[in-house]
Design a protein around this ligand. Structure first.
Ligand code: SME
Length: 169
């Protein structure tokens, strides 16, 4: 059973700090945006406990299109403003959903998902996409997850050519 208190404590901080170090090592050694997003999704998925999905949606023509991810196959296109992902992109703010069944308009890609956090990717004033994590337990994500996942997006912004990523069709 998922131990929320444990993950909110020092163990979580330590895991996130090393995740950021590993992410920077991966990103700084490569310029290919697809390779970098794929490795980042994999790093998140294998490092953080109790996830059933982790990955990216990219802003292409005012809809979010599925990018590199780990987990079950997911819905490919999410209209701007729809679902948790489209809401985070439209509001330009992280959306933390303790219980997806209570979020109006939640898009259920994997019925196992019970909680979700979506961090918008904002750089140079533009919203380039979102980082989306799903968990099979209610209340999986906390302010601590939000803080570190936003730091991960800040790191991605230093290394990813979002223009290139979002112009591919
Ligand atoms: N639940 C998301 C859709 C994407 S999947 O979780 C991978 C949403 O409501 O936007």
């Amino acid at each position: 059973m998922y131990n929320k208190e444990k993950w909110r404590g020092s163990e979580a901080q330590t895991a996130y700090e090393s995740l950021l170090v590993e992410a920077e090592a991966l990103l700084s050694g490569e310029t290919d945006w697809l390779a970098n997003l794929a490795n980042t999704a994999a790093l998140v998925y294998v490092t953080l406990p109790d996830l059933n999905w982790a990955g990216f949606y990219l802003n292409k023509g005012d809809e979010l299109v599925l990018g590199p991810f780990q987990g079950k196959p997911a819905c490919v296109r999410i209209p701007w403003g729809k679902g948790v992902c489209g809401t985070a992109a439209q509001q330009r703010a992280t959306v933390l959903v303790p219980d997806v069944h209570q979020f109006p308009g939640h898009i259920a890609c994997d019925p196992a998902s019970r909680s979700e956090i979506v961090v918008p990717i904002i750089h140079g004033g533009n919203v380039w996409g979102v980082l989306d994590l799903d968990a099979p337990y209610e209340g999986r994500f906390s302010q601590l997850d939000q803080k570190y996942l936003e730091r991960l997006v800040d790191l991605l912004n230093q290394y990813i050519d979002w223009q290139a990523a979002c112009s591919s069709r």
